[in-house]
Design a protein around this ligand. Structure first.
Ligand SMILES: Cc1cc2nc3c(=O)[nH]c(=O)nc-3n(C[C@H](O)[C@H](O)[C@H](O)COP(=O)(O)OP(=O)(O)OC[C@H]3O[C@@H](n4cnc5c(N)ncnc54)[C@H](O)[C@@H]3O)c2cc1C
Length: 435
């Protein structure tokens, strides 16, 4: 079983040195994925001195395992958001994601990033009539949230469908090349990137932070955990559900397939995502799906076989060139956690993106850079990493009589809120990272 994604074949890697001495910086960013590099771009643009510490290769983490789809909406349907939030909030989510998608496009154009960024339509369809109601409710919620959604009557969906909706002007990118090319393009005197440099400890003191690594120490005013999920002991981990999802890439030969993001509900309500990717004359159909909670039904071979069966049945493709799996983290109240760890901390986190993190990772850069540069971003409050939302962490809880505390998630939310409301003692806060 191969474990590298298709993006590795077309990577644009640069080699950065490892850290081997003690240095200082305004901001130390831990992790060189889409979150870390986007944050670095915006902070250096604001004149700060930034260090990126990457334990492996820039762009080689979860970013390189994604599908490369960029869209305003979210993988978890808007109907689920509507169970927890009013349309005012849902509109803000859509607007903030749209701004982040535009930011990605701006950088692609500004730096001439060779990363196959294309504007394409996004489709959500039902492969069988049993799932039509899902599409109908998504259409209604999307309209209400001002998403420019339309019915796709005779759309170029390559798969047979019983009902479909379309949002034009979404996008696709080679995510690994995008991050690698962006990192290369933003090189400057106030940015240092170190690879093969693992952060082992983050110690926040009263007026500075000491970041210990396998090669030396960085003393900084601010630290950003851009590691997909905060490493070490972090209370946020109790609010995140770890999931695994799989992908395959099948050579498409000369067969014609239209461009677009195709998310479909099929038998047993299963959702599959598929798309076509082409570079240097190589064409692949990618199929992504079969998510499961980590620790439950860990049969990755079966998951990959199901994706292969999907590719054969719906695209007529039997050869598979790449197979991979990747982890993602679903937040209890459906929104990512982005911002400072607590009201008084200069350590920032960005996590809980579900499978929407290429756009959320960019948005995290916009929010965190805004907070550090003291030009707060208008969406910072929505994604606040130390928000206290005990009821929204559980839908059932919202519907229960006020005052009753039931689920463990809800109780965790309350414990978290109490912990966050305690004054922080920087001298005694330290986070050991064993990754
Ligand atoms: C199968 C799958 C499909 C997906 N499809 C999409 C999609 O189509 N669209 C979308 O928007 N999102 C998608 N996602 C989600 C998206 O890939 C992630 O949310 C996003 O890439 C996270 O970016 P990141 O920079 O936060 O994390 P990463 O890309 O994982 O970067 C974190 C980096 O931190 C480094 N690191 C970790 N620990 C340390 C340490 N101690 N010291 C130093 N460095 C460290 C890692 O090596 C890594 O390079 C998908 C995810 C999966 C799993």
């Amino acid at each position: 079983m191969l474990t590298k994604s298709v993006w590795n074949q077309f990577a644009s890697p640069n080699t950065y040195p490892s850290l081997n001495n003690d240095i200082t910086a305004d901001v130390a960013i831990i992790g060189g994925g889409v979150t870390g590099i986007s944050t670095a771009r915006l902070l250096t643009q604001n004149g700060l001195n930034v260090v990126v510490l990457e334990s492996m290769k820039v762009g080689g983490g979860t970013t390189s395992h994604s599908s490369g789809n960029l869209y305003f909406t979210v993988d978890k349907n808007l109907s689920q958001f509507h169970d927890k939030y009013d349309f005012g909030v849902i509109r803000k989510i859509i607007t903030s994601r749209s701004a982040a998608l535009n930011q990605i496009e701006e950088w692609v154009k500004e730096f001439f990033l060779d990363c196959d960024f294309n504007r394409v339509p996004w489709f959500l369809y039902s492969g069988i009539a049993d799932n039509n109601s899902k599409i109908e409710s998504e259409y209604t919620y999307a309209r209400e949230a001002d998403v420019p959604v339309d019915w796709a009557e005779a759309a170029p969906v390559p798969l047979s469908f019983t009902k479909a909706v379309e949002v034009k002007n979404q996008a696709q990118v080679n995510p690994m090349r995008y991050v690698q090319e962006l990192a290369q393009a933003i090189q400057s005197d106030n940015l240092s990137i170190f690879e093969n440099t693992r952060v082992t400890n983050v110690n926040e003191h009263k007026d500075h932070i000491v970041i210990e690594t396998t090669g030396g120490t960085v003393t900084a005013q601010y630290a950003v955990h851009a590691t997909h999920t905060p490493k070490g002991i972090n209370i946020l981990q109790t609010l995140l559900g770890p999931y695994r999802e799989y992908g395959i890439a099948c050579p498409a030969g000369d067969k014609h397939f239209p461009e677009g993001i195709f998310w479909g509900y099929h038998e047993d309500g299963k959702k599959f995502s598929s798309l076509i990717y082409e570079r240097n004359g190589h064409r692949y159909v990618l199929v992504i799906g079969e998510p499961h909670k980590v620790g439950q039904s860990e049969d990755s071979i079966k998951a990959i076989r199901n994706l292969e069966a999907f590719a054969e049945k719906h695209y007529g493709l039997t050869e598979v060139a790449f197979r991979w799996g990747g982890q993602h983290y679903r937040p209890a109240d459906l929104l990512p956690y982005i911002g400072s760890e607590s009201k008084t901390s200069n350590v920032f986190v960005a996590t809980g993106y579900s499978t929407d993190g290429l756009v959320y990772g960019t948005l995290a850069g916009m929010i965190i850079a805004g907070e550090i540069s003291e030009t707060p971003n208008e969406w910072a409050g929505l994604y606040n990493a130390h928000r206290f939302t005990p009821v929204k962490t559980n839908v059932a809880g919202r519907r229960r009589t006020v005052g009753s505390i039931g689920s463990s998630t809800e109780r965790t939310g309350i414990v978290y809120g109490i912990l966050q409301s305690l004054p922080s003692c920087r001298e005694c806060r330290s986070g050991s990272i064993n990754h």
